[in-house]
Design a protein around this ligand. Sequence first.
Ligand code: 5GP
Length: 188
Amino acid sequence: MAGKIIIISAPSGCGKSTIINAILAEGKIDMQFSVSATNRSPREGEQHGVNYFFLSDADFRKAIAEDAFVEYEEVYPGRYYGTLKSEVSRICEAGHNVVLDIDVKGGVNVKKLYGDQARSIFIMPPSVEELQRRLEGRATDSAEVIAERVGKAEFEIGFAKDYDFQVVNDDLATAIAQTASLIEEFVK
Ligand code: 5GP
């Protein structure tokens, strides 16, 4: 039996990766992470084939030409990310469910493509002001980068209504539990 597709999107700083990793680590749901391809460079600790398939610009273009993607987007100027057909089919055809961590445009497109075989979940910050406070609290980014991310978050939150469900990450443990139960109910 083909697996189902779970799409998770959120503005940067909303705890999306933490939520996905916590659910995967719990191991209660039969769900595997689809590793996307990107032309951005790996961050410290990231591994090829685990976090992403890190491709050169030329190889990313080649993958587009070879029709290797379910969808791809230029999420940041010059930085491309794409869901690989090979990943989705490998996981689904083995009968497992697949989780996609993708941006809002990709998420909306994949939901349209897969219809009832997919459930899309948008992780929301409690408010844009709170998101700004969290980003400032991380102290890893300049004021300019934070302003850019907050602006992008406002744009992304505009897509939340196009998702099947919205989860507000006010308290992390609650957001993990709510997301997990939305997935569990869908795949059972
Ligand atoms: P980061 O560079 O921080 O890992 O990811 C940046 C953004 O790209 C995140 O919003 C992430 O969800 C999105 N992203 C990662 N993989 C894909 C993908 O395959 N397709 C699309 N459309 N977005 C992706």
